[in-house]
Design a protein around this ligand. Structure first.
Ligand SMILES: [Zn+2]
Length: 272
């Protein structure tokens, strides 16, 4: 019986999901995998992420830890605002997202961008790694890329299938509370589980292209990951638990730099 319900729920869910096609620039830039068909509709993923983000902001604000250093918040926001408009090349919907950029006053070396464009940067990332503007653009670009490529949505879909498959059936049969609880649990997992290697590589590549188009030196992605590796010698940064390093990361970034350097030179010339 449950098999029949789940199969039916799946067919409804799949029918509801529109296939977003990543717009690939023809003339220059990187090539990444197109998003696969995913179980949870994008609007639902973004809505759940927005709720979780709001709760996180409220918790930080109640402890006086939200956007405490005005100059730092302005710097982080200015960099993100230059990167964001270029995201539409990889996800047409991103132009309609309610983007937000906030800084948590925490010593953790961490940052993320939740589905739907909800960016959080931790003070420890900026200060402990002494990031330049180009390096900050590299890490924020990488985070934005995860959201544009809907990696959180993919992880939420996986988490739902693996852990809460029965609640999923309930969700599609109108038992809203069970469905909402399952989704919120999956959303939690989506920001705490490690990304896969293919997600990491794609986020690296889209990240350097966003940076280059926004006029930030994409070669800073290399020094960013070198700093991250150096910082992981004692207590590994929280960032690396969700963004696992691998030996080829820097090599893959370097191999792709020639595809985005012309974009950087163009945008740097335009800015002069
Ligand atoms: Zn990542």
């Amino acid at each position: 019986m449950f098999h029949a319900i789940r199969a039916f729920a799946l067919s409804i869910a799949l029918a509801c999901v529109a296939l977003p096609l990543a717009a690939q620039p023809a003339e220059a830039g990187v090539q990444v995998r197109k998003p696969k068909l995913m179980l949870v509709p994008e609007s639902m993923v973004n809505g759940t992420a927005a709720q979780q983000y709001l709760q996180m902001k409220q918790r930080a604000a109640s402890r006086g830890l939200l956007n405490r250093d005005t100059a730092q918040v302005q710097r982080v926001r200015a960099i993100a605002q230059r990167l964001i408009p270029h995201g539409r090349r990889f996800n047409a919907e991103a132009g309609n997202w309610a983007w937000e950029v906030n800084v948590i006053d925490s010593p953790a070396i961490n940052a993320f961008c939740m589905p739907g464009g909800k960016i959080m940067v931790f003070r420890g990332l900026v200060e402990k790694l002494q990031l330049t503007d180009d390096e900050l653009a590299a890490v924020i670009g990488h985070e934005i890329a995860h959201a544009l490529l809907q990696h959180g949505r993919a992880r939420m879909s996986e988490a739902l299938l693996k852990n809460v498959g029965v609640n999923l059936a309930a969700m599609y049969f109108g038992l809203g509370d069970l469905g909402a609880a399952a989704l919120s649990q999956a959303a939690q997992l989506a920001i705490t589980l490690p990304y896969s290697r293919s997600h990491e590589t794609d986020a690296d590549l889209v990240g350097i292209e966003l940076a280059a188009r926004a006029g930030y030196d994409p070669r800073a992605a290399v020094t960013l990951w070198q700093k991250m590796a150096a910082a992981s010698r004692g207590q590994p940064p929280q960032f690396l638990s969700t963004h696992p390093g691998h030996a080829n990361r820097i090599r893959e970034i370097e191999a792709n730099l020639p595809k985005v350097m012309p974009l950087y030179e163009q945008s740097a010339k335009a800015a002069r």
